[in-house]
Design a protein around this ligand. Structure first.
Ligand code: FAD
Length: 449
């Protein structure tokens, strides 16, 4: 196990940090106030080689991993989580193309995305549906080998400026996940109209709009996954992008923490700096703990993806832990700033607004809990025996210490499956002395069969 970064990763981190501090940080408040996306920054990030990092080398890309992406995104999000969304939104849009089996589409589009600062969006959500991806209603009807799209996608990041969009639609809503297809749509196609920029609480420098499709024809060559495979492609995409939402959270929380540390060292109350109160110090320690823990989970899920393991569970863990932890960090930072934290003169209120959405998009915290609880309860292999098989020799009724010491002693131990009571003897009692269930409630737990 090695927690250190490679020399290349350290250089990449410095490059991203430099870009974030010089290009993004000075303009972030301006674009927040104007509720407008600085498209030029996405283009600059492309020119700086900080976008589309994981396009494989065989298509002209840098062929970097998710860990590299996590390192870069933390730096961008630390300056402005909204720019993190807009810059990383491209990767979200490209992932279905990169993971599809449509080699011709990859050869056609991926080199172009490396060369030119094209914007790619990703669309599963609709006005009536977000979490329940199998409930997509936007229709993709087959016409010859092509598909014809009809319906509306909602909340689509960057779509007001997008050149392409990975669209998930259905052949028939009744087929649920089995009907979903994934299409790489050229946004210049006829039959596409874009809604007005949706006004939001935070992430205002990130463009979020609806896309309406009316008889929009998508050629067969742009099918990324046919019916029965589109849903799985969408889920595989999330397994690779949820770790990066962890990076958004780490970056934003890290900045809230750093600003809070700076503030409490200078602001005084009752004749001393706020930082001298133990209450403040403990809060800072908890912020630091959350930032570090969130980063460790983020790196672990990215590492799993980069080493060919299935990152799905750790990605979901990362998503809901890191995003909720980040909200807590920013909330506590604002509390330390108190009145000044509530103003627009300091960056905390913006960080808090911006990172609020992190528990919502790319699968809400509740959806992540569904994924993890399903695994914990059905997929995860426990080490401990089932409770009714627990070979405990503790009991006030154990005959003597020797019986407990010598697990191989000739002792027969019975356990009541209802209340857990333990009995010694060749036969179980006629009924349990504690819960009064009959003899049949007893199971032999020692010696093991
Ligand atoms: C700024 C922003 C950018 C976005 N960008 C994109 C994008 O680029 N592309 C895209 O496709 N989408 C995008 N989205 C949409 C986002 O992914 C959805 O908002 C999200 O998936 C939640 O869907 P919903 O809002 O429809 O909530 P709903 O699905 O209606 O859920 C409402 C509430 O019910 C809970 N809930 C739902 N089902 C269950 C359940 N089974 N058990 C327990 N609780 C449940 C949810 O967790 C939530 O709390 C974006 C959203 C925002 C706000």
């Amino acid at each position: 196990m090695d927690f250190s970064m490679t020399e290349e990763q350290k250089k990449l981190q410095l490059k991203a940090r430099d870009f974030a501090l010089k290009e993004i940080l000075p303009v972030t408040r301006f674009f927040d106030e104007h509720d407008q996306m600085p498209v030029f920054l996405v283009k600059k990030a492309h020119a700086a080689g900080l976008i589309n990092l994981s396009i494989p080398k065989e298509y002209g890309g840098q062929g970097l991993g998710l860990m590299d992406e996590a390192i870069v995104v933390e730096e961008i999000a630390a300056a402005d989580p909204a720019m993190g969304t807009s810059i990383f939104g491209n990767t979200l849009g490209e992932e279905p193309l990169m993971m599809s089996e449509n080699e011709a589409a990859k050869r056609k589009y991926l080199p172009e995305l490396v060369k030119e600062p094209k914007i790619v969006s990703f669309a599963t959500s609709e006005p009536m549906m977000g979490s329940d991806v199998a409930g997509i209603r936007c229709l993709a009807k087959k016409d010859g080998d092509d598909y014809v799209l009809n319906g509306t996608k909602y909340w689509i990041t960057n779509a007001g400026y997008a050149d392409y969009c990975s669209v998930f639609a259905t052949e028939d809503p009744a087929l649920k996940h089995k009907g979903i297809v994934a299409l790489f749509v050229d946004m210049r196609s006829s039959g596409i109209t874009i809604g007005e920029h949706i006004p939001k609480m935070g992430q205002r420098p990130s463009n979020t709009v609806a896309i309406k499709f009316k008889d929009c024809r998508v050629p067969a060559a742009n099918v990324l996954a046919g019916p029965g495979k589109g849903f799985a492609l969408g889920m595989k995409t999330f397994s690779r992008t949820r770790p990066i939402i962890g990076s958004f959270a780490v970056g934003a929380a890290r900045s809230a923490m750093e600003f809070a540390i700076d503030y409490v060292k200078k602001r005084r109350a009752f004749g001393q700096p706020l930082g001298d109160f133990q209450n403040t110090q403990f809060r800072i320690a908890e912020m630091y703990q959350k930032v570090e823990t969130a980063r460790l989970l983020t790196y672990k899920s990215a590492w799993e993806a980069d080493t060919g393991k299935d990152p799905t569970i750790t990605a979901s863990l990362t998503k809901f832990y890191a995003t909720e932890a980040a909200y807590e960090v920013a909330y506590q930072a604002l509390q330390l700033f108190a009145g000044y934290g509530y103003t627009k003169f300091f960056p905390i209120e913006k960080l808090l607004r911006d990172l609020r959405v992190l528990t919502i998009y790319e699968g809400t915290s509740e959806v992540q809990r569904i994924v993890v609880s399903r695994y914990a309860m059905d997929g995860y292999k426990p080490v401990m025996p089932a409770l009714e098989d627990l070979p405990t020799l503790w009991s006030s009724k154990a005959p003597d210490v020797a019986a407990v010491e010598g697990l191989d002693a000739e002792q027969t131990v019975w356990r009541c499956r209802i209340c857990g009571a333990v009995y010694y003897g060749n036969e179980p009692p006629e009924e349990c002395g504690y819960c009064r269930f009959p003899k049949s409630a007893f199971k032999k737990v020692w010696p093991k069969a």
